[in-house]
Design a protein around this ligand. Structure first.
Ligand code: GSH
Length: 210
């Protein structure tokens, strides 16, 4: 299987953590993508194999012998079903909906973090401080809500916990510790979770430039 990645993307990271938690990393070819800073606001030229794999032209994208998936949730769910026997996300029932309610909020954080990043990269005078503040506010609100979900977290580091941990880590890395004030108990949970080998092995680094 071929997975298109960068070391900065939290969407990619939730897939990479899932792969490590399932112990299936030797089944993948990881293809590093390079992006100019203008990716946030312009269409950028990408290699032909990437554009052939994904008309969305976003990472992650997974190409297998039988299917191509161009969204991190679809990829994680596929890996969970094909290689995890639904260990990281229940196939159906109340446990599935409980996890998805957490995943939806944590994904809202990831989306706001990346939109904030794209806006931050936009040149003056077009850059909107209002938009950046709106995305930061959404992030903090969602972190506070995720803290309320902590009692639903079980012993398995599942897709709900993986997505939440990746969101916490991205804010720490990209924007600093301010989010911790909005969700101190979540921050304490995250500090323990960040010690997992799958989290340590995927700690973010800046996007390779071109
Ligand atoms: N909902 C998508 C979001 C993927 C996404 O936005 N990826 C970003 C990198 S963090 C990207 O490739 N952006 C490039 C672009 O928007 O042109 C997913 O879950 O995979």
């Amino acid at each position: 299987m071929r997975l298109y990645v960068t070391p900065a993307s939290p969407w990619v990271r939730r897939v990479r953590v899932t792969i490590l938690e399932l112990g299936i990393e030797d089944r993948f070819e990881f293809v590093q993508t390079r992006w100019p800073h203008s990716w946030g606001t312009r269409t950028v030229a990408m290699p032909a194999d990437f554009t052939a794999a994904t008309p969305v032209m976003r990472i992650p994208a997974l190409v297998t012998d039988t299917v191509t998936l161009t969204d991190s949730h679809a990829i994680c769910d596929y890996l969970n079903a094909e290689f995890g026997n639904y260990r990281l996300l229940a196939r159906d029932g109340a446990a599935r909906w409980r996890a998805l309610s957490t995943i939806a909020i944590a994904s809202g954080v990831l989306e706001a973090q990346i939109m904030r990043r794209a806006e931050t990269l936009r040149a003056e005078p077009e850059r909107s401080d209002d938009f950046i503040a709106k995305m930061r506010d959404r992030t903090f609100r969602c972190f506070a809500a995720l803290e309320e979900h902590l009692p639903t977290f079980g012993t398995t580091f599942d897709l709900a916990q993986i997505t939440t941990a990746v969101a916490c880590s991205y804010d720490d890395w990209r924007y600093g510790p301010d989010w911790r004030g909005a969700a101190p108990k979540l921050a304490a949970w995250f500090d323990q979770t960040a010690e997992r080998p799958s989290m340590k092995a995927t700690f973010p680094a800046e996007t390779p430039q071109r």
